[in-house]
Design a binder for this molecule. Structure first.
Ligand SMILES: *[C@@H]1O[C@H](CO)[C@@H](O)[C@H](O)[C@H]1NC(C)=O
Length: 498
């Protein structure tokens, strides 16, 4: 069930003139009326016809009238005129929609594509980003693909889109909006191993590729000069991102994508490892693989030693610096529409041993388009703690509470001791007090920190555990770190991680 919604308040990509194209005349086969009445009606019809024809002739004789008169006629007075009759034929000159470097000034329409899967919790943030975009909203057409969602994604999307398009601020509403629903049967099992295990990757990436192709081919119009792919789970991105990327005037361009982490995991981390440059090692590796094999970056199984866009980031580097890429990640891609029109797509098969966005980058490259990344222009992907992270955070919280309780007890004891020493009490009383204290303390400790002793080895684990998020730990055999690293490809699949 596909819904193509052009909400009343939006800006249509086409002149709105289609009304009546398919109208039916319901009175055509009514029983005939009285002959006199009929004759009179025929007379009136004839007069109208003659009037219309002479009017038409006048227009032919005085061409200068046309410009002033025809717009009025298009309101329906004489919609049978030859020039206006065929509303179902549209003419486009694709030479005029080539995607210019200053599209916001040249009126370039942008198709913004967002695949969604169980993304209800991200939608408020995504819409906040949408509203903040500085690129003229009426030049942006939105396209969503909702697939395999079990949460409220569809309903929420509908409501938020209506709200957006009804916004009283005339700069808010976007152009045409397409919401496309299609399930692809992403049926990877829910447990950590199978979802993010190495074996599942190729299949998942191929399905994602199909989803992107469906979305794009259903929504790309001749009016679009640019296509912007943007994931729903981007946390922070400049509101000028479209202009910033467009200004480079490249066929395909991506920013760097990192994600923030809790302090105990190092504060931040490269996220999207799918943007890379080809390496000799990887090419040699590719040669040894099956025709159908798909290399996915970030897995120990394929040590490619490629230069990744993500690792080249310098927070103080020039955000305009460019780096040529072969593979690109899908979190945020700006591409000229002509790239897709020329036939480049997201391969749902092994193209040069790659699929989806990585294959897209390679294919664009192969067809002679420019593909670049900006190592020092960074957007931030949402951090969603993995099950392991959550467990660890719980431990830390327990430890913190235990420590607090301990400190409190310590403070109380110190105060009491002080009081005892101030008072001229006999030694035995003070001794008794210490005995009482230690008994109390033990009880308290039992209440407050039952797991205290258990948590010590965990803590040691967590220290090494931290290492698994470190960047050079690529060849760790544990599935967990790999999961995190390849999350960049997860796109539609990022909900309720692991
Ligand atoms: C959008 O802009 C508002 C106001 O500047 C800001 O508070 C909000 O965080 C922005 N939204 C996003 C998602 O960055």
């Amino acid at each position: 069930m596909n819904r193509h919604a052009a909400l009343a308040n939006g800006y249509t990509a086409y002149p709105r003139s289609g009304q009546g194209t398919f109208s039916i005349s319901p009175h055509k086969f009514q029983p005939r009326s009285q002959p006199a009445l009929r004759r009179r009606r025929q007379l009136i019809q004839r007069i109208c016809l003659i009037g219309g024809v002479s009017f038409f002739l006048l227009i032919l004789i005085f061409p200068s009238w046309r410009a002033s008169i025809l717009p009025a006629l298009s309101l329906g007075l004489l919609s049978s005129s030859d020039h206006l009759q065929i509303q179902t034929v549209r003419y486009y000159d694709l030479a005029k929609v080539k995607g210019s470097a200053s599209g916001w000034e040249d009126g370039d329409r942008v198709l913004m594509c967002t695949p969604l899967r169980d993304a209800a919790s991200h939608l408020p943030m995504f819409f906040s980003h949408l509203r903040n975009l500085t690129y003229p909203h009426h030049l942006i057409d939105l396209a969503f693909l909702v697939s395999d969602s079990k949460d409220q994604t569809n309903e929420m999307l509908e409501n938020m889109l209506e709200e957006l398009q009804r916004d009283p601020d005339r700069d808010m509403p976007f152009g045409e909006i397409s919401v496309i629903k299609k399930d692809f049967g992403q049926q990877v099992k829910q447990d950590v191993e199978s979802r993010h295990g190495f074996a599942a990757q190729a299949g998942r990436r191929k399905l994602m590729a199909q989803a992107r192709n469906w979305l794009l081919s259903a929504t790309l119009r001749p009016t679009h000069g640019w296509v912007y792919w943007r994931d729903a789970d981007v946390l922070t991105a400049p509101s000028t991102i479209l202009e910033d990327l467009m200004r480079h005037d490249k066929d395909v361009i991506v920013p760097n994508v990192w994600r923030p982490l809790p302090d105990w995991l190092g504060g931040e981390q490269p996220y999207d490892l799918n943007s890379w440059q080809e390496s000799e090692t990887a090419l040699a590796l590719a040669d040894t693989l099956d025709e159908d094999a798909v290399i996915v970056e970030g897995y120990a199984e394929y040590a490619t030693w490629r230069p990744h866009l993500a690792y080249l980031r310098d927070p103080y580097g020039d955000p305009d610096m460019e780096m040529e890429l072969d593979g690109v990640g899908g979190v945020s891609i700006l591409a000229k529409a002509r790239v897709f029109r020329a036939g480049v797509h997201f391969p749902a098969f092994s193209f040069e041993k790659h699929a989806e966005t990585e294959g897209f980058g390679k294919m664009a490259r192969r067809m002679g388009f420019s593909v670049v990344g900006l190592p020092h222009y960074t957007i931030w992907h949402l951090y969603e703690p993995s099950v392991d992270d959550l467990k660890h955070m719980e431990e830390m919280e327990k430890e913190r509470r235990a420590r607090e309780a301990e400190e409190k007890a310590e403070a109380e004891r110190a105060q009491r001791t002080e009081t005892y020493f101030k008072d001229p009490k006999v030694e035995s009383e003070i001794d008794n007090a210490f005995v009482r204290d230690s008994v109390e303390e033990e009880e308290k400790a039992k209440d407050a920190t039952p797991e205290k002793s258990d948590s010590t080895p965990e803590k040691a684990d967590s220290k090494t555990g931290k290492g698994k998020y470190m960047l050079d730990d690529k060849h760790d055999k544990k599935p967990q770190p790999k999961d995190d690293k390849v999350k960049g490809d997860a796109d539609v699949d990022t909900k309720t991680e692991k």
